[in-house]
Design a protein around this ligand. Structure first.
Ligand SMILES: NC(=O)c1ccc[n+]([C@@H]2O[C@H](COP(=O)([O-])OP(=O)(O)OC[C@H]3O[C@@H](n4cnc5c(N)ncnc54)[C@H](O)[C@@H]3O)[C@@H](O)[C@H]2O)c1
Length: 367
């Protein structure tokens, strides 16, 4: 299938690299950016024929799917335009800034018989797939509880344009929460309710990266969010996301079950180490990973969406999953504001099992 990419910023390199050289069922036909110089530079670097405006891309009959990797504030507008133009869309996280907008995107896609997919796709990597398989096989028994921590000092020291991280739709929850919440939903199933609080260390941040060194950013969102997620399966998980932590020793994700405990790898990565401790052997030991996708495989979600389109089945990094994650993140904010738990109504699509006995660049549905 032929793909058009909108947004040629920081994250576009890994997508362009993987979609032009790794994944075999996709051809990058054209790129687009409001900053034409950025689009032209990426087209030259990755040998892509077309540099188009948004309108040209939407009107191009050759393009079947659009990858929207613009900043979160434009995800909804661009996805809506893509769907209304009759093309499938895959969008970076978050799906949109509000659950209401996300629902509208899904309903347009459904009405038009189009696919919608959303990042992150890291749960299709070797690390999380191994952890998910172990949980499904009952390796820790019935999951009871756990903790997940995404703690860092923020992104203004390295990202060249970090303003969006502190704007509405940013913050550690909307930026990094999708990795953690998506992983937890794939590990444990749908979330039933959220109870959360939030705070922020600074009202203003100073950029220390180039080229905007010294520029001030107003902080419009909480930058330290603490929440309790109650899952339909009975498990209760604490999730902390923060841009206010200089250093720490907390794990990425740990899960505790009736028969054991599991250390889950960093959900922002595709590989990592999965460790299991059982009631019998109480030491954590490494479990071998079940697939070859351990390197940065961003784009695997799009390649898998194309496989799903060809097989007329649900895609794994689906709009329903991204919408469930978005509703959960919004519930963090609502709960922090009201002081009450918030109940979740959306349901993620089920995970479609893949056969991991394939070479890098290939994907196969398990029979
Ligand atoms: N940077 C990372 O490490 C990283 C990692 C994973 C996911 N993401 C996600 O990827 C997305 C993009 O992040 P980024 O870091 O590449 O941001 P960025 O600011 O570096 O790039 C965004 C690009 O989109 C372009 N753009 C904005 N509005 C547009 C429009 N209306 N039409 C066409 N182009 C438009 C901008 O000119 C810019 O080049 C975000 O949703 C972010 O959460 C980023």
């Amino acid at each position: 299938m032929k793909l058009g990419i909108i947004g040629c910023g920081n994250i576009s390199d890994i997508y362009l690299k993987n979609l032009t050289t790794v994944f075999k069922n996709v051809t990058v036909q054209a790129v687009c950016d409001i900053d034409t110089a950025k689009a032209t530079a990426q087209a030259q670097k990755y040998h892509i024929e077309g540099v188009l405006t948004l309108e040209e891309m939407l009107a191009d009959p050759e393009i079947d799917i659009v990858l929207n990797i613009t900043t979160p504030q434009t995800h909804y507008d661009i996805c809506k335009k893509v769907l209304l133009a009759g093309k499938h869309v895959y969008v970076e996280k978050p799906l949109s800034l509000s659950y209401c907008e996300g629902k509208e995107l899904l309903s347009i896609a459904k009405e038009k018989g189009l696919y919608i997919g959303g990042a992150p796709d890291t749960f299709l990597g070797a690390g999380l797939q191994t952890a998910i398989k172990l949980i499904k096989e009952g390796a820790i028994g019935k999951p009871v509880g756990g903790a997940a921590y995404m703690l860092c000092p923020g992104h203004e020291s390295w990202h060249p344009s970090p303003e969006f991280y502190y704007d509405i739709g940013g913050g550690p929850l909307f930026d990094m929460g999708p990795y953690y919440i998506t992983a937890l939903v794939r590990l444990l199933g749908p979330v039933k309710s959220v109870y959360a609080v939030g705070t922020k260390a600074f009202a203003e941040r100073t950029i220390t990266s180039t080229p905007k060194f010294g520029q001030k950013i107003p902080v419009k969102v909480d930058t330290h969010n603490v929440g309790i997620l109650s899952f339909e399966n009975g498990a209760v998980i604490t999730l902390v996301t923060s841009f206010d932590v200089v250093a720490h020793t907390m794990p990425n994700i740990e899960l505790y079950g009736t028969d054991g405990s599991m250390k889950v790898p960093d959900p922002n990565m595709f590989g990592g180490s999965v460790q299991l401790a059982t009631r019998k052997e109480q030491q954590f030991t490494d479990v071998p990973l079940i697939s070859r996708y351990s390197e940065n495989s961003r784009g695997i979600g799009i390649s898998e969406m194309i496989l799903a389109i060809n097989e007329n089945r649900t895609n794994n990094a689906s709009g329903e999953l991204a919408l469930h994650v978005l509703e959960i993140m919004e519930a963090f904010l609502k709960s922090a504001e009201s002081g009450a738990p918030v109940f979740i109504e959306s349901v993620p699509s089920p995970e479609i099992a893949l056969d991991w006995n394939v070479e890098i660049g290939e994907l196969k549905t398990r029979n």
